[in-house]
Design a protein around this ligand. Structure first.
Ligand code: G3H
Ligand code: 13P
Ligand code: ZN
Length: 311
């Protein structure tokens, strides 16, 4: 099976009341771990690549790793650019074999966001590639842009119809209180998502796929493991999984998860290093790291996204 776009996956996910996991990939072990979990659970999959990942691993390596994942599994897999900052990076990924790109114009004015997103959509659609746009800004760090907590802006539902109509985007990322990274809420703060905004957006955009970024849950047992084995992570609080499950039954068709995979990988490597101080073959510590990511992804697919058996 060749790479697929997200069109068919999102249509089925919307109708079926579940969401597809979009997991960030940076190296071979991460691609393999996610793909193994999706294969075991027969789940459709979005593998996404940030500008930082392209810089770290190089475009061609990542495209070929994802190609290998498709050959290995025969699953419907989309290769997506995460947080494309400008037309050039989107064009480079469209020309370079991706089936989906995000143009993140959320830091621009409404009009500039529309202009930029429309330009990407025209180029992408002419090449059979789908586009995710964004309205509203999340707190946290993505690539080198940091938005302080308190400076995030929830999506304004009254803007979504005009944005989607004028740009022609295929899906829309919205800001309802999720944020990037491991520190989403302060200790003592009660996690809260603006389901009212999601509800209002989906009323205005019937049958239209919505995307949630910043959706890691930051499981406490992994933070504890990191710290137990020499780490020093401050109190980290993520999005409660039952909230994500609820969003998945609504108009949310794509849920982005990266930090939880990083956490699982780092915890496993720290534990291994402490328990086996004599090991120096990278395969010895990357194997448990890969296993940990696989189990994290399996858990997300089955218990959070509900896309198991939907490939
Ligand atoms: O939203 C950001 C993703 O977690 C990717 O992070 O830019 O550090 O690769 P990155
Ligand atoms: P997390 O940092 O919550 O995993 O979010 C990842 C993300 O939104 C990638 O685009
Ligand atoms: Zn994101």
């Amino acid at each position: 099976m060749p790479l697929v776009t997200t069109t068919e996956m999102f249509k089925k996910a919307y109708e079926g009341g579940y969401a597809i996991g979009a997991f960030n990939v940076n190296n071979m072990e991460i691609v393999q771990a996610i793909t193994e979990a999706a294969k075991e659970e027969q789940a459709p999959l979005i593998l996404q690549v940030s500008a930082g990942a392209r810089k770290y691993a190089k475009h061609g390596y990542l495209v070929h790793l994802v190609q290998a994942a498709i050959e290995d599994t025969d699953l419907p897999i989309a290769l997506h650019l995460d947080h494309g900052a400008d037309f050039e990076v989107c064009k480079s990924c469209i020309d370079g074999g991706f089936s989906s790109v995000m143009i993140d114009g959320s830091h621009h004015s409404f009009e500039d966001n529309i202009e930029l997103t429309k330009k990407v959509v025209e180029y992408a659609h002419a090449h059979g590639v789908v586009v995710e746009g964004e309205l509203g800004t999340l707190a946290g760090i993505e690539d080198d842009v940091k938005v302080e907590s308190g400076n995030e802006q929830f999506t304004k539902p009254e803007e979504v119809e005009e944005f989607v109509t004028r740009t022609g985007v295929d899906s829309l990322a919205i800001a309802i209180g999720t944020s990037h990274g491991a520190y989403k809420f302060k200790p003592g703060q009660t996690p809260r998502l603006r389901f009212d905004i999601l509800e209002e957006v989906s009323k205005r955009l019937p049958n239209f796929p919505i995307v949630l970024h910043g959706a890691s849950s930051v499981p406490q047992e992994f933070v504890k493991l990191v710290n137990q084995y020499g780490g020093a992570m401050p109190d980290a609080i993520g999005i409660p999984e039952e909230m994500l499950r609820q969003a998945a039954t609504m108009a949310v068709c794509k849920i982005n998860i990266d930090s939880d995979l990083r956490l699982a990988m780092t915890a496993a490597i720290r534990k291994h290093m402490v328990e086996h101080p004599d090991h120096f073959d990278p395969r010895q510590y990357l194997s448990p790291a890969r296993d940990a990511i696989r189990e994290m992804v399996r858990h997300k697919i089955v218990d959070v996204l509900g896309c198991n058996g939907k490939a």
